[in-house]
Write a protein that binds this ligand. Sequence first.
Ligand code: GLY
Length: 564
Amino acid sequence: MLCASVRTVRRLSLLCVLSLTVATPNVLAQDQRNATGEYGVVVSRSVEASNVGAAILEQGGNAVDAAIATGFALAVTYPSAGNIGGGGFMLVHPSDGRDPAFVDYREKAPLASTEDMYIDGGSRKNHRWVGVPGTVAGFVLAHEQFGTLPWEDLVMPSVRLAEDGFVLKSLAQGLNRAVERSENDEFKRVYGKGGGTQLWQASDRLVLSDLGSTLRRIARWGNDGFYVGETADLLVTEMVRGDGYITQNDLSSYAAFIREPIRTTFRGNEIFSAPPPSSGGIALTIMLGILENFDLKSKGRWSPETMHLIIESMRRAYADRARYLGDSDFVEIPVHLTTKGYARELAASIDPRHATMSEKLGPRLTEVEESQETTHYSVIDRTGMAVSNTYTLEQGYGSGVVVTGAGFLLNNEMGDFNRNPGVTNRQGSIGTSANLIVAEKRMLSSMTPTIAVRDGKVVMVTGSPGGRTIINTVLNVTLNILEFEMSLRDAVDAPRLNMQWFPDRVGFQGFDDPVFSDLVKQLTVMGHRVTSGGGGDANSILVKDGLFIGAADNQNGGASAARR
Ligand code: GLY
């Protein structure tokens, strides 16, 4: 019954895609949220940004070139999370036999940071919560390692977007809300209509000329257009103005790193994902490792048995996440966490009929609330080279601080550290050691850019925003594709569940259909506390029969296929 209903939804979405098909020789289907083509696909939160990436593929650029161009474009067209003043992770799977690589451009704590610098809490919408930005260094490093087109060609489309402006559409409402809440004059001047005195309409055009100038400097000088010179001077002046911590020394010493991705297998697929300082790849590996011990497919996607096993695997992975994970350059991460033997032990600890109370897995350790406001995009080129990129300003519009004269927003990523050394309690104080603040350490993340490979070829590219829910969104989508063999559209649209050890409850997203009420009842009988909640924006790619299929998750997202 449940399956029948979900199948009906699927059929509708398929009909919808087919009816919007635009027949060109190389783009086999395209509407705003879906694209299928032979020459590569880009899927992001913004149609304009996806188009920028697809145009780079059409010019002969590879997936990394397109990913860099898309990332800069999102900094213009999706300012709540797209950025040059934040940080993130880029997972690259080359198609020429080179090993997959993970570009870590996470922000780091300024040199002046101390363990107890935020002990008094307070608003995170100011200069004091800004981590040293990594996005520009990350893109430069990715380009040095993998890029093929000239750097300038990847940044200039975003200079034009910023200087010529773009039509706001759905962004208008969000900007109006953000401007109304903002206490930052420069934010109001740059992002408000008439400096915040009028309301944006969907048909209005937003021009970001200071950001355009900053992007021009980055286009011309790469890292030196951001970490030294005029942009850096403006950033450091901004810090002094708002009593922030970042100095020229912090900017000059920032470096992005190439790290080994976390690597596991699931049902004959190789899975590559994010290593520390993200918790994503390790937690995903634990969950997939547990679930591989059960034949979920025969139980059915929406059966109480399957849902119970998924919930219990999430509970166990998130307990380990809280206990052990932090920046591996500063803390030892136990190696057993990603082994199949450990996953089997955890699988054996699941009672098939009863929920495990989260307290049984150890005392509550951490509950840092990571913001939903991150963004993920996926890219594949004609050769099958793939990029999975998730980056963030942390909260929506980050710290809310726009660098005066440089036009870009700064993150408030320092909030992703545990901020109360030695004090962990039910009131939300967090003091566990792996993720305490140390100068130059990178704060723990949940971002989980992920790529699945079969017989050496990429089959799936996914990831999501959503704070701590990110890892669960990626698990949901991965299971839908690799275990339940759903179409990509269905895999992305399907209801999601989310459990993070603490709070000890299961968040259901998209289960409002009455056909699910029996399922909720049965899970409740097993001892699960089911509430609504979840999230995500899993802009994903599936490779099937030699075709690249892209599906944007959010109604306002964009998927673009390259036309040659
Ligand atoms: N700030 C969200 C994350 O890094 O996971």
